[in-house]
Write a protein that binds this ligand. Structure first.
Ligand code: ZN
Length: 404
């Protein structure tokens, strides 16, 4: 079931939900223009800059990294040497980036070990953290990869550059491209993937503490997760607000406007109405900050699904679980192995990223490959296969929809 679904659009999708992923890098960035940080934000471009400006910024950044003044080359070398020494010192003396300092929970640091742990009944507060990878098999088109989507459609959407579509300042001046795209990608046109159904199953089993998603496609809701179980870190299409008087509008109202090819305007003050998704230069929802503080210390298993953990502050959440809490990454490639120095800069001495390749790793496991297949494997190993497949709407029906 998962196989056929995954095969439908594999390789050509990475989801529009990647855009707000990127969008959040703006508030998270906090104005820092250091290359390392920008890299950590997923390599997204600042929409206010041309490529040339950016390249020259990057050069400046290389030169000025971690120092205030312009120095000559010799000083740069000294600086690198010093930073290298400092890093080594911290790694050895402060035990950074080597793995867990918590208690060993898994008998075996493997998928089987995680399965055994879940089956033991000791794990009751699972947090799932998801990215675009859990929605790719829904057929949500990738607009960010060169050669597809927006990169071929700059004319259709009348954009100066692809990311402008999620830039709040651009939106205020020219909202039309966003609403044309919103119509094309309107939630409801897509079905939840087997990965979404797996998260629903965790909820059914009473094991899900919370689902944190970077996606804005609302597919977790379509899969029947209750609203209080979901934190949409990058916002949602389910509600909208007037950017002037803040009057709230429903999804139905917005949908009607969008499908009539109108620019949604506030009935009270005639300002623009925008879905509550996080644009560039906008803050993340308050719910994100409130719940992460109370949830993560309680977490006893972290499942990271379909995200490369490149966008902050979402990616950093993996460090907020207790030091003994096992973390399972289900993703196409390894991710989240943080730089100890970055952890230090963020004020987290204890842990920085997944310790997948560390010899002292006692809790981090990667199940590499397609997210849907990973979830199916997990369900199978847990002995939940029948229940899981019953949850997923019939394969034939989905196959037809995918072909339409
Ligand atoms: Zn208004």
């Amino acid at each position: 079931m998962a196989d056929s679904q995954a095969a439908v659009k594999q390789g050509e999708t990475a989801a529009p939900n990647k855009a707000p992923e990127a969008a959040t890098s703006a508030p998270a960035d906090g104005g820092t223009k250091c290359k390392n940080l920008e890299g950590a934000m997923g390599g997204m471009r600042d929409p206010s800059k041309t490529k040339e400006q950016e390249e020259s910024d990057e050069e400046e950044c290389d030169e000025n990294e971690l120092e205030d003044d312009d120095d000559d080359d010799d000083d740069d070398d000294d600086e690198e040497g010093f930073m290298g020494m400092l890093q080594n010192f911290l790694r050895t003396k402060l035990d950074l980036g080597g793995g867990g300092e918590g208690e060993k929970v898994l008998d075996e640091v493997s998928v089987e070990g995680v399965v055994k742990y879940i089956k033991s009944g000791k794990c009751k507060n699972i947090i799932t953290m998801a990215g675009a990878g859990i929605s790719t098999s829904a057929g949500i088109p990738d607009f960010r990869s060169p050669g597809t989507g927006l990169y071929c459609n700059l004319e259709k959407y009348n954009l100066p550059f692809p990311e402008a579509i999620f830039d709040i300042e651009f939106f205020k001046v020219n909202p039309k491209p966003f609403f044309v795209l919103a119509k094309d990608l309107y939630p409801g046109a897509f079905n939840p993937t087997p990965s979404h159904w797996f998260i629903r199953l965790l909820h059914e089993k009473g094991l899900l503490l919370r689902h944190y998603t970077q996606n804005i496609d609302t597919l977790e809701h379509v899969a029947g997760l209750p609203a209080e179980k979901v934190v949409e870190a990058h916002g949602t299409f389910r509600t909208s607000h007037c950017i002037g008087c803040q009057k709230e509008y429903t999804q139905d109202w917005l949908k009607e406007e969008i499908f009539k090819d109108l620019i949604p305007k506030c009935e009270e003050c005639n300002n623009l109405v925008k879905p509550d998704i996080v644009f560039f230069r906008e803050d993340l929802p308050a719910k994100f900050f409130e719940l992460t503080q109370s949830d993560f210390p309680k977490c006893d298993l972290l499942l990271i699904l379909g995200t490369s953990l490149t966008v902050q502050p979402f990616a950093m959440l993996i460090n907020n679980v207790p030091p003994s809490c096992p973390r399972l990454l289900i993703n196409r490639e390894k991710a989240g192995s943080g730089d100890p120095m970055m952890g230090l800069l963020h004020g987290m001495l204890s842990s920085s990223g997944l310790a997948l390749d560390s010899p002292r790793n006692i809790r981090d496991v990667a199940l590499l490959g397609d997210c849907d297949q990973g979830c199916a494997k997990l369900a199978d190993l847990l002995g939940w296969k029948d229940e899981y497949e019953k949850l997923i709407p019939c394969k034939a029906e989905k196959g037809e929809k995918a072909e339409e």
